[in-house]
Design a protein around this ligand. Structure first.
Ligand SMILES: Cc1cc2nc3c(=O)[nH]c(=O)nc-3n(C[C@H](O)[C@H](O)[C@H](O)COP(=O)(O)O)c2cc1C
Length: 245
């Protein structure tokens, strides 16, 4: 591993309060959303490299850094999209993800939140919940990376355990935050895991790697704002213990 210990010096400014720094980090986190419409404006390889160069500072248990990323652009990205779109159109029942993202029996409050997501998401698109064709058409847009100029495919070594998946999630969030700080938006997409067999035909994904997720990356179209998701308040998920007030 390169440059051991050379990159971790903490600048003096980070020890004190800095309203500007706080506001900009808060703002990037609050303004991130799952963008499902991107402009054609290109994103350079250098920009994606810079984003990954920040995200590599993600923490991970015992610093094992379990993330692997394939960055797609241009004709190579389009080739992957075409193959997945064809499979989605013609033979989607033949493909299966190597892991299960959702519990088949979602308990409360998660079930209600998922239902609310469905209502808001498909409602904003004018798609009835029962319109399976229209919903499949919307799902198809995932495989085109929603028109984004950059598509990421994220994998993890299947021999690792659930703890490493925590690390991977943090890495993905850092990619999204670093992208947001550059005026870009993203959409993390588990839908890509379903077509891992096809992805392996295009990308040098080793047998021991499991496809976890894709991610669209680019400049968001304003129309996206229609599907901004509500978030639970702090008192719904946190309990404060041992404070005076
Ligand atoms: C790991 C992960 C996988 C996701 N997969 C998809 C996906 O395949 N397609 C999609 O449109 N959105 C996907 N999403 C986006 C979620 O629907 C979205 O994050 C959620 O509704 C909350 O909205 P927000 O990100 O705008 O706050 C995924 C999100 C995460 C974190």
């Amino acid at each position: 591993m390169s440059s051991v210990g050379q990159e971790v010096a903490v600048p003096a400014a980070l020890h004190g309060d800095d309203d500007e720094r706080r506001d900009s980090v808060d703002c990037v986190i609050r303004q991130r959303f799952a963008s499902r419409a991107f402009s054609k404006r290109t994103v350079s390889k250098q920009t994606v490299e810079n984003i990954l160069d920040v995200a590599r500072f993600t923490p991970s248990g015992a610093n094992i850094q379990p993330w692997r990323v394939y960055v797609l652009a241009g004709e190579e990205k389009d080739k992957v999209s075409r193959a997945l779109l064809k499979a989605h159109r013609e033979a989607r029942d033949r493909y299966q993800s190597e892991y299960q993202y959702y519990s088949p029996l979602l308990p409360e409050p998660y079930r209600s939140r998922r239902e609310q997501f469905g209502r808001l998401f498909y409602g904003a698109l004018g798609i009835a919940q029962s319109d399976h064709e229209a919903r499949a058409g919307q799902t198809a847009k995932n495989y085109d990376f929603f028109g984004a100029p950059i598509g990421l495919i994220v994998t993890i070594d299947r021999r690792l355990q659930i703890g490493s998946w925590l690390d991977l999630g943090m890495f993905m969030q850092n990619v999204m935050i670093a992208a947001g700080a550059r005026g870009l938006q993203t959409c993390p997409q588990e839908t890509f895991s379903k077509y891992h067999v096809l992805l392996r035909q295009f990308l040098p994904i080793a047998d021991e790697e499991m496809v976890v997720c894709g991610m669209s990356l680019g400049f968001a179209e304003p129309a996206n704002a229609a599907s901004l998701m509500p978030k639970a308040q702090v008192n719904e998920f946190a309990k404060f213990i041992g404070f005076d007030a």
